[in-house]
Design a protein around this ligand. Structure first.
Ligand code: PLP
Length: 422
């Protein structure tokens, strides 16, 4: 049961998207999106939608955000040529370096923007949820910078798996609350964060970490992340002298990819390619390839593609990268897939790890495992399309992935053992 759109509907929706008319007033991206939220939250979501629309248009707010993005986050992030990957792949490869942003990934663009917005809206505290801890760290840092206190909900299992990020959040002044109910991972943490917000919808601000959730979040997060694509577009014209043939990004909830894609959607000559987590294979539960294998349904307040079984039960997911391990995806991606403007493929755990190693040894850049999915997808595209200009969204750095990399490759272990022998 996919959503089928005819040629007329597709081109109308693409035109509206390009003109900035989507989401519509109800938060719909064509058939997707909307607001499926408890009655008690509707006024808070409505206030947020109005406040966000007002401040994102306000030159004073934009000036403050722009200064903080420059001096605290370190923007613009560079567009780096990758000469060795280019030679290996028979392409001209360029990397948009979100790994060089403060706290190590694109997530800070959204966390900072929303923290500043929360302050303007008069919120007294921030609520966030985190899975792997990256969004929690970005939020804790942004809240410290802006001067607002912060509670981060995190599944008890994740707290144990991601101890270094828990320590970072604590050092940055956040209160981290382990969630012992449900599956004790991200989904349970999101439920708990919503519960907190329902009980305190006026004083609390819920800072959502990806382009998912009820309206206005998919729109708000896209607007804050679009700085990636706007910069990359201008940098391409300046450094390459033209726009790329293809832009590639990894897709978890879909925030770094929508940030790269959205400002390029109107450039008909640029192919757009999203890469999901192919995990250990195609079976249900073995991956997080929502757009490739899912069906539409409602999760966390939005109607979008979703990994579910025949009874509509949301599926467990698997990926070697914690940041892609989510059974849903932002509604704008579901639309971009349905109208055929973006192609979505997946890269397996092994393909991503292989691409990670190649990027390390070729370019001296250690990418996040999430971002390595984009590298793997780009490499496959290059093999089919020789001699093209490829822009890759390098969403984050791999320093956080050391425990996984030691487990998989064991590079350091051998040296440590050898040093003990000697
Ligand atoms: C969280 C994360 C992602 C996935 O989230 P999106 O919302 O899909 O961008 C990708 N890359 C890195 C480095 C991350 O930390």
């Amino acid at each position: 049961m996919q959503v089928e759109l005819n040629a007329q509907e597709r081109s109308t929706l693409l035109a509206r998207l390009t003109r900035g008319e989507l989401p519509d007033a109800r938060g719909r991206f064509g058939p997707f999106g909307g607001r499926y939220a408890p009655e008690t939250l509707v006024p808070a979501l409505e206030r947020l939608a109005e406040g966000a629309a007002q401040y994102l248009r306000d030159p004073t707010f934009q000036a403050e955000l722009g200064l903080e993005l420059r001096d605290w986050v370190g923007r613009p992030t560079p567009l780096t040529h990758a000469p060795t990957l280019s030679r290996h792949w028979g392409a001209d490869v360029w990397l948009k370096r979100e790994d060089l942003a403060h706290t190590g990934a694109h997530k800070i663009n959204n966390a900072l923007g929303q923290a500043l917005l929360a302050k303007r809206l008069g919120a007294e505290r921030i609520i966030a949820e985190t899975g792997a801890g990256q969004h929690g760290v970005a939020t804790a840092a942004a809240c410290a910078r802006v001067g607002i206190c912060c509670t981060v909900y995190m599944g008890a299992v994740d707290v144990r798996r991601q101890a270094p990020n828990v320590e970072r959040m604590v050092q940055l002044g956040a209160q981290v609350v382990p969630v012992k109910g449900g599956d004790q991972t991200l989904r349970a943490a999101i439920d708990e964060a919503f519960r907190d917000w329902v009980s305190d919808p006026v004083k609390a601000y819920y800072l959502l970490g990806s382009a998912v959730g009820p309206h206005p979040y998919p729109w708000l997060v896209r607007e804050l992340q679009s700085v990636i694509g706007r910069e990359a577009r201008a940098q391409s014209l300046e450094k390459i002298g033209r726009l790329p043939d293809v832009a590639v990004a990894c897709v978890g909830g879909g925030s770094n990819s929508i940030g790269l894609f959205h400002p390029l959607v109107g450039d008909a000559g640029i192919q757009l390619l999203g890469i999901e987590a192919g995990g250990r294979g195609a079976g249900l539960g073995d991956n997080a390839a929502t757009l490739a294998t899912g069906r539409p349904g409602v999760l966390h307040g939005t109607y979008s593609m979703l990994l579910q079984d025949r009874e509509g039960q949301v599926q467990e997911t698997h990926s070697v990268s914690a940041g892609l391990d989510y059974p849903g995806v932002g509604p704008e991606h579901s639309l971009l897939q349905a109208i055929g403007r973006v192609s979505y493929e997946s890269a397996t755990d092994d393909e991503a790890l292989d691409a990670l190693r190649e990027c390390c040894s070729s370019e001296g850049i250690l990418p996040a495992i999430e971002s390595s999915h984009a590298l793997a997808g780009a490499r496959r595209w290059a093999a089919k399309n020789p001699g093209k200009v490829i822009l890759i969204g390098l969403s984050g750095r791999g320093d956080k992935d050391m425990p996984t990399l030691s487990q998989v490759f064991g590079g350091a272990r051998k040296i440590i053992e050898a040093s003990a022998d000697g």
